[in-house]
Design a protein around this ligand. Sequence first.
Ligand code: GDP
Ligand code: MG
Ligand code: ZN
Length: 359
Amino acid sequence: MIELIDLERLRAIGLAAPLLPRLPAVHDGDKLMRVVEVQRDSVTLHDGRDEWRARALPVLHVQLAADALAVGDWVYAQRNRHDEWWVHARVPPANQIARRLHDGRDKVTRVVLVANVDTVVIVMGLDHDFNPRRLERYIAFARLAHVGAVVVLTKADLVDADTRAARTHEALALVPADVAVLAVDGRADDTVPTLAPWLAAGQTLVVVGSSGAGKSTLTNTLIGSAVQDTGGTRDGDGRGRHTTTVRSLHALPGGACIIDTPGLRTLRLDADADGVVAAFDDIVRLAPQCRFRDCRHADEPGCAVRDALAPARLKNFHKLQREAQRDTLSALERKAVVATWKARSKAGRERAKDKKRAD
Ligand SMILES: Nc1nc2c(ncn2[C@@H]2O[C@H](COP(=O)(O)OP(=O)(O)O)[C@@H](O)[C@H]2O)c(=O)[nH]1
Ligand SMILES: [Mg+2]
Ligand SMILES: [Zn+2]
């Protein structure tokens, strides 16, 4: 039995009512805790008050296979008589935010970054970090996980009012209608009330964005103290340092919690091509007006999407779709594609040879 006092404490690190019916049966000595950090062969668990280092039982490793424990997971752990904590069960996650990794040849793996999240906070600087195409990718990233999103444009204090207004507008125009766009100074205390609608007790947020965008700074402002290292500038070269190296979950004063993450250099969407369209609500809205039902919004005649969208946005849509499609190819399909390429280039070489002979 999980005691009421525990539930009260666990609420501070994101335990919310919808999770309760998902909880597996509890055994004697079980403690419900949340994974706040994942190390190579251990995890850090939080019980709402204290943190504990624990390891996953081999049987759980086997059971989870490639779908390993991630920050944000809820688990049951037991302490043995040597005072070691062992995780033996995971509560089925309500959602997982994942990306794909390539081994450079034909293997694609899905890597879960975080689990049980309510809001993806997309952090992007209003300075040179600002990039509409990257923003579209991050929106797709949140949509594919069926998680809400809010765009926080940082460094509002570093740009002039015109740049700030223009970039905020541009961002607003390309995100789906239900996604808010805020321009803030991530270091300022008044950023906390601005984000209040996403910070209700029991909510879990995750910050994503490129390195130096201000994720850890925002995290610290929301926590109310400098818990996370932020990138000063390295002597001399003036570039931001990559100070955050692991994902970690932190409780916030109002009862929500936040996961800080290191910047990811490559963020491949874990999607199939169809899923990508969900991030482009203008395309979803316009597609029924295209002449062909299966219009790819490329060079088909009577395409309503092509006429309406900015070329750069449409191009990015196709790029994200191609990327998803390529990654979804099975190893066999990939082999077939490579074989066709090889055959083609061989035929090309033969033709070139023939041509040389003929010359
Ligand atoms: N002026 C200003 N500086 C910021 C703001 N947000 C972040 N910074 C600075 O940008 C640098 C990188 O921030 P950091 O939070 O470490 O970025 P992260 O890599 O995304 O975690 C630090 O020197 C911060 O002080 C902001 O809104 N205004
Ligand atoms: Mg950081
Ligand atoms: Zn079309």
